[in-house]
Every structure is written in structure tokens, then in C-alpha cells.
Design a protein around this ligand. Sequence first.
Ligand SMILES: Nc1nc2c(ncn2[C@@H]2O[C@H](COP(=O)(O)OP(=O)(O)OP(=O)(O)O)[C@@H](O)[C@H]2O)c(=O)[nH]1
Length: 329
Amino acid sequence: MSFFKKLKDKMSQQTNEVTDKFKTGLEKTRTNFSGKMNELMSRYRKVDEDFFEDLEELLISADVGVATVMDLVEDLKDEVRLRNIKDTKDIQPVISEKLAGLLEKERDDAALNIQEGELTVLLVVGVNGVGKTTSIGKLAHHLKQEGKSVVLAAGDTFRAGAIDQLDVWGERVGVPVIKQQEGSDPAAVMYDAIAAAKSRKADVLICDTAGRLQNKVNLMNELAKVKRVIEKEVPGAPHEVLLVLDSTTGQNALSQAKAFGQATNVTGLVLTKLDGTAKGGIVIAVRQELDIPVKFIGLGEQKDDLKPFNAEQFVYGLFKDMIEESTSQ
Ligand SMILES: Nc1nc2c(ncn2[C@@H]2O[C@H](COP(=O)(O)OP(=O)(O)OP(=O)(O)O)[C@@H](O)[C@H]2O)c(=O)[nH]1
């Protein structure tokens, strides 16, 4: 069975709500990608060196990342030789199969490290404006939908308005927010929040933090202090350090990730605003170049718009039009 057919069959077994969300959320990327791909296929009927060069350019322009594209295209060339592919129309499923292959390893580590029956602490980091607060709100909603009780810690005491913004989200999704005044010590907020989470017997505590990448030394010190408090109060915690990255910033997101990686031990990524970019290839670049699992993706501004990352849904969302076209023939 062809890769496209297999993927389509799998998708038909999944819940529509999630598949639809990936489909609509990735529309800009898909339209951009399919349009360029169709244009490429009609320009080159035969697979040759020039075709590969233009394909490379296309993938790089979708933010897939130069190193990843180079490896992918080399791999494709081998595959083309092996399968004796001559026409460009036959290479489309192979390209998407290869892209899916790059994301394959996601499956093992995309799930959140949740401690059943004990308090799980998630520390959320990222620079201002990437969608950190919004993602925390949506994540709380997601966990609540799964039957977990959640508490939020307003640890971004630095940015004016950050505490209020988290409060609004707490109200929207119906979870308590533990806070102090603006400018107070974030470690003290964590201390309070852990006590509150324990006394409420909450399942998950999600901790917001200030994002001040410009001042790396302070950021490191503050994060280190916050982590120390958490570690001391909850052995084994934080169970995840989630770095929030804005997909629309493309390769910049990659450098942010590298800088944060040096400051703290990031265990998972949240890629926001994928619905707002035509360059969703950043998901693949991030995965390949950082080797940190993408755990959640943001596909819109509503509380239901943060979804656990799923490689197959992602690839299907990206290639839906091509898949529909090729499997209906
Ligand atoms: N379309 C879309 N918008 C998003 C998504 N995630 C966040 N946003 C929007 O991005 C903007 C910034 O989000 P915030 O949550 O305020 O950003 P932040 O990182 O918390 O900012 P700081 O608190 O300064 O760190 C808001 O307008 C959000 O609605 C997403 O997945 N899709």
C-alpha cells in the first residue's frame, strides 16, 4: 500500500476534532507548500539535478532548515535511484514519506511526563511575546479535559500585566492561579504555588516564568533559583521544562532554543502560532537540529487550539491536498 494511502487510512480512524484542527491550523503552510510543489512538478516533468536544486530551495523557503534539507535531498536522490523513479509526479509521496520519517521519533517522546497519583510540576520558559501565557492557559485546559486538576503559578513577576493575563486565562479555563505582586521574587511565588497545589491535592502545577533572554545571566540565575525551590519542595520536579517558541519567527526560534538550552535543561518544546505562518517546516527543522521533542503545537488563539504534537497528523495536515488527489485517482 502506498504511503499516502496508509496515512489516509490512519487518519480516517482518528477523531475528527483533532484531524480538523491540524488541517485548518496548517492551511497557510499547506497552501504555500502545495502551490510551490505543484508549480515545481509542472515545471519539471523529469527528475534531474535542476529539479533537486529547486526542491532544495523550496524546502528551505518553508523553513525546513538548511542542514535538514541537504540530508533529505541526498536521501531522496538515493531513493530515486533505488526505485528507478523518472517522473516528478512519482516523487511526491516519497518526499512526504521522508519528511514523515524525520518526525517519526517524535512518537516515543511527545507525551508529557505526568506522574500518576503525585504532583507533576511543569516549568514553562520562553521569551516575551512568543505565546507563553496563552499556551499555559491552553495547556491547563487540555489537562483539565483529560480529567486532571491543575494549578497555575504566576512566576512572571517581571513583565507588567503578565500576572493579570495569566489570571484571565485561569478564569477562562477554570483553574486557580497562585500569584503575588508584580516585582516580587518568583521563587517565593513557586513556594506558595507548590504549597497550594499540595493542599488542594492537584495533579499538575504549571509554572510561568519571566522571559528575559536579553539578560542571560539574570535569566539563568532566576531560573536556577526557581528550579531549586521546585526541586526542594517536590522531589524529582520539575518533571518537564517546556520551552515555548513562536513558529512565525522561523530560524530565530532555533537560536532562542539554543540559548535557552544553555540556561536550563529543556525537555520539550511548544511551537505556537503555526496557524499564522506559511512556513510550518520549522517543526521539522527544530526537531532535526535540536533533538528536543515537540510536545505541543499552537494552532489558533482559542483554548482548544493547543494540541499534543502528532507526526502523522502533522504530515497529513501538510500534504492533505496531494494525498486526496493521489488516492482518488
Ligand atoms: N494565532 C495564534 N495566536 C497565538 C497562538 N499562541 C499565542 N497566540 C497569540 O500570541 C500573542 C502573544 O501571546 P502571549 O501569551 O501574550 O505571549 P507571552 O509569551 O505570554 O508573552 P509574555 O507574557 O510577554 O512572555 C497573543 O495575542 C496570543 O493570542 C497560536 O497558537 N496561534
